[in-house]
Design a protein around this ligand. Structure first.
Ligand code: NAD
Ligand code: UFG
Length: 334
């Protein structure tokens, strides 16, 4: 079995490769990643964990010629498409960059899947496509307008995949709407290490824990939640990774959409408290104004994936905090 993993050098892709290797010991796992948001160090560490049958190509999926060459050289059985830009704030500043990268990459891949009869496609979508709706989010909810260009690229890609699958019955698609992946592989060799000042909560917490940043800014404490801070459905990255294997194994004709979340919400202060307790470190924080565009509460109804994929998230918030710190404390970041 040959599996193309676009963006496989990134946070979610690299962890998914470990799950894929466990489930498909003989598969050829081909990463195509242009290193726009990752470094070769991840691949070096991934090789230590996965050892055999993994290949890396520095390819921009928006470059049609490079994609064509890849499909000519390999007879792929499946594609998992992670490659994408994901910073919400940057997408507002530079919408064209996001539309170009996230849409053209998807259009190129779908085109070559159809040409080369690759009938298995798994796509990284996001809870952000639910827009300003009410949690728990259910896959059958009609989507409300997204609040930023990044979210819109995901909604448009979903639509492209649905339209293509409608007229190509052999093209089977699983759309996975992720909630908030955090944590790291338990080895501590790979994890989430964004460069510069992180946008997301957990990498910010670990930078404060390391002393690289002084204080965590908690964006608002006036929300209608348990303690006034934002509530999210955090999911351990290895549970999310296993969700991709479940999606691939249970791929059905047409397009099937699944939330990958735990179904539980945790507030910012609850996450900080757990991190401090599990790891024995202090996280100094101060409450600042809410971040524009943030919703009070986002969590999944995760029952469809449990019913149809026989998958559910098993790891706890404590596991997520411990593994995130286990990775971050030994990692040199820029
Ligand atoms: P990431 O940035 O760590 O990984 C994405 C990888 O794709 C990077 O290694 C990057 O270099 C590569 N890439 C980007 N554009 C490319 C292109 N044109 N050609 C080749 N490689 C390219 O992000 P992640 O957190 O691993 O996210 C993976 C996918 O999941 C993305 O599509 C993202 O939008 C989606 N997603 C992520 C989250 C999250 O919280 N991390 C939530 C919902 C959805
Ligand atoms: N937060 C802070 N301080 C920070 C960073 C975040 O208080 O420095 C708060 C936010 O206000 C929010 C919570 O922590 O209440 C989580 O924020 P993140 O930025 O970690 O995650 P988001 O839920 O805003 O967004 C993430 C991804 C999106 C994806 C979404 C899916 O960034 O791409 O999860 O639910 F669409």
């Amino acid at each position: 079995m040959n599996i193309l993993i676009t963006g496989g050098n990134g946070f979610i892709g690299s962890h998914t490769i470990i799950s894929l290797r466990e489930h498909y010991p003989h598969a050829r796992l081909v990463i195509a990643d242009n290193l726009t948001n990752s470094t070769l160090e991840t691949f070096t560490n991934l090789k230590k964990l996965v050892k055999e049958g993994i290949e890396f190509y520095n390819i921009n999926i928006c470059n049609e010629e490079e994609v064509a060459t890849l499909f000519i050289n390999y007879s792929f059985n499946a594609v998992i498409h992670f490659a994408g830009l994901k910073a919400v704030g940057e997408s507002v500043e530079k919408p064209l960059k996001y539309y170009r990268n996230n849409l053209i990459s998807t259009l190129n891949l779908v085109k070559y899947c159809l040409i080369y009869d690759v009938g298995k496609f798994v796509f990284s979508s996001s809870a952000t496509v639910y827009g300003n709706g009410e949690s728990p989010f259910i896959e059958s909810h009609s989507l409300l307008p997204t609040s930023n260009p990044y979210g819109e690229t995901k909604a448009i890609c979903e639509r492209i995949l649905i339209d293509v699958a409608n007229t190509n019955p052999e093209f089977c698609v699983s759309i996975l709407r992720y909630f908030n992946p955090i944590g790291a592989h338990e080895s501590g060799l790979i994890g989430e290490a964004p460069n510069g000042i992180p946008n997301n909560l957990m990498p910010y917490i670990t930078k404060v824990a390391k002393g690289e940043l002084e204080t965590l800014h908690v964006f608002g404490n006036g929300y209608p939640t348990i303690d006034g801070t934002g509530v999210r459905d955090y999911i351990h990255i290895m549970d999310l990774a296993d969700g991709h294997v479940a999606a691939l194994v249970n791929l059905k004709p047409g397009v099937n959409i699944y939330n990958l979340g735990t179904g539980n919400g945790t507030s910012v202060l609850q996450l900080i408290d757990t991190f401090e307790k599990v790891n024995g470190v202090k996280i100094p924080y101060k409450i600042v104004n809410p971040r524009s565009g943030d919703l009070a509460t986002i969590y999944a109804d995760a029952r469809k994936a449990e019913r149809e994929l026989n998958w559910n998230a098993k790891r706890s918030i404590e596991d997520m905090c411990r593994d995130a710190w286990n990775f971050a404390k030994n990692t040199v970041t820029i």
